[in-house]
Design a binder for this molecule. Structure first.
Ligand code: CA
Length: 230
């Protein structure tokens, strides 16, 4: 099925280049070069990905992102920022943007980000319809009651440990970077270090793995992050 992309960008050169490339890649691209029209379009039509430039006439990309989320639209949003707009990046993530790309960028990089977002959206849909519990080895996770039972005995997991485990299960088989885990499980409100992830993974292994020193469910992917294979 052809994926629909909305691109809201006011630099004609970028609009032209991206429309060309994305169309060549098989995407159906709709463009708006002004903020109000972009926002209206995002709210009225259905897209698979929305790409927002931040600096736009009339309504900024951040405003549009907020419009979208306020209307309960969960379409992945990728923001395009000018170099050095660090504050915008944090604000944007709080407003519900899913990813960022700093200008100038290479088109293949953009394509990779789009593919990753589409993959993630598909997985989220699948996990949403999945059953309320999941079993691996002698461990059973009940997502509804937030309970984890091992060998018939209830485990005492902290809220963060449970959320981390849930994220692992929902993304079974995928290599997850520490940054992704921080963003997805901890969010941007708290500012823990990536070390926090390692500590929580160690705790989860203590509680879930038959032999925590030789994990068989939550694996370390050297240089990249972690992978759940239960
Ligand atoms: Ca702009």
């Amino acid at each position: 099925m052809t994926k629909r992309i909305l691109l809201v960008e006011d630099e004609p050169g970028i609009v032209l280049t991206l429309t060309d490339r994305l169309t060549n890649e098989g995407y159906d691209v709709t463009t708006e070069e002004e903020g109000l029209a972009g926002s209206r379009r995002a709210l009225q039509e259905s897209f698979d990905i929305i790409i927002l430039d931040i600096m736009l006439p009339n309504r900024s990309g951040l405003d549009i992102c907020q419009d979208i989320r306020k209307n309960d639209i969960h379409t992945p949003v990728l923001m395009l920022t000018a170099r050095g707009q660090v504050v915008d990046k944090v604000v944007g993530l709080k407003l519900g943007a899913d990813d960022y790309l700093t200008k100038p960028f290479e088109v293949p990089e953009l394509l990779a980000r789009i593919e990753a977002l589409l993959r993630r959206a598909t997985m989220n849909e699948q996990s949403a319809v999945r059953t309320d519990s999941y079993q691996f080895g002698n461990v059973k996770v009940d997502f509804r009651s937030a309970e984890v039972v091992r060998d018939g005995a209830m485990l005492d997991l902290s809220a963060k440990e449970f959320q981390l485990l849930q994220y692992f299960v929902e993304h079974k088989g995928a290599t997850l970077s520490r940054d992704e885990l921080l963003n997805e499980v901890w969010g941007y409100d708290a500012l823990p270090s990536t070390r926090t992830i390692d500590v929580h993974v160690a705790w989860l292994r203590q509680k879930l793995e038959p032999n925590p020193r030789r994990p068989q469910y939550i694996l370390t992917v050297h240089g990249l992050g972690y992978k759940f294979v239960g």
